[in-house]
Design a binder for this molecule. Structure first.
Ligand code: 3PG
Length: 384
């Protein structure tokens, strides 16, 4: 480890800016208290106990998406010691920070509501201009966001004494020890742009979840209603069609689902790919796909699973994700599971975490790290 950890600082009476990842599953507008929130509490309490005044910056969702929310609910879930301040870099935030005493903790609102979060180098960046003068030490506890070149990840780190929190330390510590040689990649979830990084180079990939459907769409398969859903949901900087073109060139060695589950009058119903109804949304992979994938996974030398195979928060459609997780847990080689949603699925399905090599709370950042990319957040902390 070449970066500073909490042990390397004296926090007494110091104002610490803590970048946490509180980005959580949201069901019907309600934020669920997942592992990210639970783990973040540990770092917040460690800082409070060390006498720091803790100013927490975090995000929820992405601008324009359904899960893009303020952080009031998150503050409640963080516990009674964390006060929510309905501001980020305005007068309210500044005065709240100035009024803090040692051991206090405040959570500012969703940092992605401020445009300058996305432009760390912008002259007069409002986050840096307003918050930097009030902060003594910067702590990044959001390994899972550290692939983003965002102000809250790189901007403060470069200008202040900086280090990492307990969750970040746990993540990077585990990742530094693993070898993913000959690894089988099981890629699901909605962040197609990240998944593409692991395609090609002779990598063996099983695609599932929204990514699996996107791969089929790239091959030319039409899903009807689901195509519109994919267009709106898959995260890519390219246009959706541009992304499909890029993906099409990289599909060699990628296994794709052959059947799917949908909700028909509220009940799970499965269809083969060729018989898929054009007016329904896909909620999970089907039994044949599960069986095929699980057989391959159980024989793998090492396996990395990223993102769910379907709508894992719903009991009717968690089956694909849970069956795959069980196969990953059975795999004799090293197993790495990543993404906030999978860690929630493991908890709900009561598969012991001990059966996996490492369960990471990171999705895209972990994938980028495994793909050998240099992460902006790690670079800013002097890791490379
Ligand atoms: C995640 O959910 O992987 C992290 O919170 C990062 O979110 P992002 O991919 O929206 O930047």
């Amino acid at each position: 480890m070449r970066i500073k950890t909490l042990k390397d600082f004296n926090f007494n009476e110091k104002t610490a800016l803590l970048r946490s990842d509180l980005n959580s599953d949201v069901v019907d507008g309600k934020v669920l208290k997942g592992e990210r929130i639970k783990e973040s509490i540990k770092t917040i309490n460690a800082l409070r106990k060390a006498g720091a005044k803790v100013v927490i910056l975090a995000h929820q969702g992405n601008v324009g998406k359904k899960n893009f929310l303020g952080l009031k609910q998150h503050a409640k879930l963080l516990g009674k010691y964390v006060k929510f301040v309905d501001d980020i870099a305005g007068k309210k935030a500044v005065s709240a920070i100035k009024g803090m005493k040692k051991g206090d903790a405040i959570l500012l609102d969703n940092v992605r509501k401020v445009k300058d979060e996305f432009f760390p180098k912008k002259k007069g960046n409002i986050l840096l201009k307003k918050l930097l003068p009030l902060i003594d030490i910067y702590i990044n506890d959001a390994f899972s966001v550290s692939h983003r070149n965002h102000t809250s990840i790189v901007g403060f780190a470069k200008k202040l004494p900086s280090g990492i929190g307990l969750l970040f330390e746990k993540e990077i510590g585990a990742l530094e020890k693993i070898s993913m040689k000959g690894c089988l990649f099981v890629l699901g979830g909605a962040k197609g742009e990240s998944d593409v990084k692991l395609l090609g180079r002779g990598n063996r990939v099983l695609a599932c979840g929204l990514f699996g459907q996107t791969c089929l769409a790239a091959k030319g398969f039409k899903f009807g209603f689901q195509d519109e859903f994919l267009k709106k949901t898959v995260l890519t900087k390219l246009s959706y069609d541009g992304f499909l073109k890029k993906l099409k060139r990289k599909l060699k060695g990628v296994g794709m689902p052959v059947d799917f589950a949908v909700a028909a009058r509220g009940k799970r119903k499965e269809f083969e790919l060729g018989k898929f109804p054009m007016d329904l949304r896909i909620e999970d992979i089907g039994k044949t796909t599960m069986k095929r994938y699980c057989k391959i996974i159980r024989k793998a030398k090492a396996v990395y699973m990223k993102g769910p195979a379907g709508w894992a928060e719903d009991k009717r459609f968690a089956k694909g994700t849970v069956e795959i997780l069980k196969a990953v847990a059975d795999c004799k080689g090293f197993s790495l599971v990543g993404g906030g949603q999978l860690s929630g699925a493991i908890e709900r399905s009561r598969i012991s975490k001990k059966r996996f090599g490492h369960v990471s709370l990171s999705g895209g950042a972990l994938l980028a790290f495994v793909a050998g990319e240099k992460l902006a957040g790690l670079r800013a902390l002097g890791y490379y």
